[in-house]
Design a binder for this molecule. Structure first.
Ligand code: ADP
Ligand code: MG
Length: 262
């Protein structure tokens, strides 16, 4: 059975998409079969995986509205294949922004993605879902089918406050829609050890959340920020960079943690 994880945080610009594509590439590099789903109408994870969102024939939009299956809509990226860390992509573009409204009338609308994913479950070890920065019907579709949530966060002053909201949301979804849902872990990203405040927040995080905080820390690294403009995750773009190495280490940590975590 594929393990399905949402990469979520209701804040924008905290590193969700960077985490999703680099974890996907890292897991692929370690021999895992991965499907990456872009649930954000901005389509950054799609572009960042080397797929042009403007030329998508079918996307996650068609899957949510049941006009295509996952098997029909998923694509591969030549760039990722060439880089040796390929994963399947269920892409998104601006069309997805309309799905929210179009789904209002539909039955079981928060379970559309779950139903669609059941058909390809055997094809993958991992399904990673890049969520938009809001608690929309799109995010709800992701949370409904997920075994757990990976929360990327920057170690900044307001980070802990935002975390409380997210934890409450996950509790509600767990109580009402998906009893399997839990937080897999908090991932410290864009970390700069020279900044005292970041170290302090990082210490507070581990004090409050204990082993829910991943051991791996993703440093602030310019290669990770440059990679999307080449249509590649940092792990594929510059494997020797500190950022890429951290994400491969994170993928390995996920694999280590899972057998006991499930
Ligand atoms: P989100 O998906 O949460 O909106 P992104 O993953 O798009 O966040 O990241 C926001 C911005 O920060 C992007 O420009 C991205 O390239 C950059 N970024 C993300 N992680 C890092 C990092 N570890 N080091 C440097 N830049 C990063
Ligand atoms: Mg994003």
């Amino acid at each position: 059975m594929a393990k399905i994880f949402c990469i979520a945080n209701q804040k924008g610009g905290v590193g969700k998409t960077t985490t999703t594509v680099n974890l996907a590439a890292g897991l692929a590099k370690l021999g895992q079969r991965v499907l990456m789903i872009d649930l954000d109408p901005q389509g950054n994870a799609t572009m960042g995986s080397g797929v042009d969102k403007r030329s998508l024939q079918l996307s996650v939009y068609d899957v949510l509205l049941e006009s295509a299956s996952v098997a029909e809509a998923r694509v591969r990226s030549d760039k990722l294949v060439a880089a040796g860390c390929s994963y399947d992509i269920l892409g998104a573009n601006r069309e997805l922004a309309g799905a929210e409204v179009e789904m209002v009338e539909l039955e079981r609308r928060e379970r559309r993605l779950k139903t669609a994913l059941a058909e390809v479950d055997k094809d993958y070890d991992f399904v990673l879902i890049d969520c938009p920065p809001s608690l929309s019907m799109l995010t709800l579709n992701g949370l409904c089918c997920a075994d757990g949530v990976v929360v990327p966060m920057q170690c900044e002053y307001f980070a802990l406050e935002g975390l409380t909201d997210l934890v409450n949301t996950i509790k509600q979804v767990k109580a009402n829609l998906n009893d399997d849902l839990r937080i897999i872990g908090l991932l410290r990203v864009m970390f700069d050890p020279r900044i005292t405040l970041q170290q302090q927040v990082s210490e507070q995080l581990t004090a409050h959340f204990g082993d829910k905080v991943f051991d791996t820390i993703i440093p602030r690294n310019v290669r990770l920020a440059e990679a999307p403009s080449y249509g590649l995750p940092g792990v594929a773009f510059d494997p020797a960079s500190k950022g890429a190495q951290a994400f491969v280490a994170f993928a390995a940590e996920m694999l280590r943690r899972l057998p006991t975590a499930r």
